[in-house]
Design a protein around this ligand. Structure first.
Ligand SMILES: [Zn+2]
Length: 129
């Protein structure tokens, strides 16, 4: 099955380090230095306590599928969109790739893989671990 064409992400000042790390094959999230909570997506202010003392952390790339949906219409190839809970705690929206879409299960262990985008930085997706 062909990989689906992923539109290029548009990095901004807040997300530039995230996409630069992705180009190096690293998945980042943020952790608040004030309350200690990790979060995703990365942003300047902690979504739990609103502190601006947030710091970049490198994720292991290990995660578990929290939920998913297989999209079979509106794209040339079917694809799976999912929420994956990272080993570090935060949950991120992503795609499940490199597998039989009918074999995907909630609770399945997955590992980050970076897929090229259409003229932008590579995009973190997840494949069965
Ligand atoms: Zn906080």
């Amino acid at each position: 099955m062909a990989d689906r064409k992923i539109p290029a992400p548009l990095p901004n000042l807040e997300t530039k380090p995230y996409w630069e790390a992705a180009a190096d094959g690293k998945l980042l999230y943020k952790k608040c230095s004030a309350c200690g909570e990790p979060h995703f997506y990365p942003r300047a202010n902690c979504p739990f306590c609103f502190s601006d003392r947030t710091a970049w952390q490198q994720a292991s790339g290990d995660g578990v599928i929290y939920t998913y949906s297989v999209m079979r219409r509106g794209a040339p190839e079917p694809y799976a969109i999912a929420y994956v809970t990272l080993a570090e705690g935060p949950t991120m929206m992503t795609n499940i790739v490199d597998c039989d879409l009918d074999g995907i299960r909630i609770g399945q262990k997955v590992k980050v893989v970076f897929k090229p985008s259409d003229g932008g930085p590579p995009v973190p997706c997840f494949a069965p671990a």
